[in-house]
Design a protein around this ligand. Structure first.
Ligand SMILES: [Zn+2]
Length: 267
């Protein structure tokens, strides 16, 4: 992943996903927007107490920086679930300027429509972006501990396979910045349900009191178990809680955090 800046807007492009020029895949930072205070400055979420006009302005800024058309962004109301939905032109623009119009209760999106941009928001949870260069098709998922325990990453792969005929071993997948094992203390109940979802819990849980959880590694294991080639999985490894200078972190900011966006589209 490579840090880029267009005007004031800073973001990471996921070049590992875009083997060719045909894909836009990016994760935003907190830099380059108009929001203030703990939400400074590129807050892209409507549900964290910001002025809606600020969120809209920030969303337009990121679209401009990435060369995306706002009326073709598809946004979802995320609920820490495991539902992955196929979206087409009928969903273009959903929820971009008005959160009430976002697709309800989904945490994963897939499409094979060119120019339709799949957009989810994050502050510590794991962004998972996928690209099938053969179809082509793209997908995105939001995985906190609940989504990880429910294996939403595997649901994303399975949905792309059943919908587009994507072969898991041919997918390119990226795991973006998220809270790292350095900062993510969890209780026994969370440790147990995430352990049950992965192939090698010893690499996912740091045995300490309390446990510390590596959500990025957990999702990497779930993707491999779903058939994705390890060499095709790019792991950011950046911790959102360690880097509150660069990202928003729900944990590190005591719940007063803005939201980054992850976005993927076929050009
Ligand atoms: Zn950390």
């Amino acid at each position: 992943m490579k840090r880029c800046q267009v005007g004031e807007v800073a973001f990471y492009t996921i070049d590992e996903l875009a083997a060719g020029p045909g894909v836009v895949a990016a994760v935003s930072t907190r830099h380059g927007g108009v929001s203030t205070g703990p939400l400074a400055s590129l807050n892209l979420g409507f549900n964290c107490g910001d002025e809606p006009a600020h969120v809209r302005a920030n969303r337009y800024r990121l679209c401009c920086a990435l060369g995306l058309e706002p009326h073709r962004i598809v946004c979802a109301r995320q609920v820490h679930g495991t539902v992955v939905r196929l979206v087409g032109e009928e969903s273009a623009g959903a929820g971009f300027g008005d959160p009430a119009a976002a697709l309800s209760a989904v945490d994963g999106l897939v499409t094979d429509q060119r120019g339709l941009a799949l957009w989810l928001v994050f502050a510590d949870c794991v962004p998972i972006l996928a690209f099938d260069p053969d179809r082509p098709a793209v997908g995105i998922a939001h995985a906190g501990w609940r989504g990880t325990a429910g294996r939403i990453a595997a649901a994303l792969v399975a949905t792309m396979a059943s919908t587009f005929g994507s072969r898991p071993e041919c997918l390119r997948v990226a795991i973006g910045p998220c809270i790292g094992p350095c900062c993510y203390a969890v209780g026994e109940e969370v440790a147990a349900v995430v352990s049950a979802a992965v192939s090698d819990p010893s690499r996912v849980l740091v045995a300490a009191t309390p446990y510390r959880l590596d959500l990025g590694e957990a999702n990497r294991q779930i993707l491999v178990a779903a058939g994705v080639a390890p060499a095709h999985i790019a792991l950011s490894g950046q911790c959102t809680a360690c880097r509150v200078d660069e990202f928003y972190s729900h944990r590190a900011q005591g719940g007063c955090a803005g939201r980054m966006a992850a976005v993927v589209a076929i050009r």
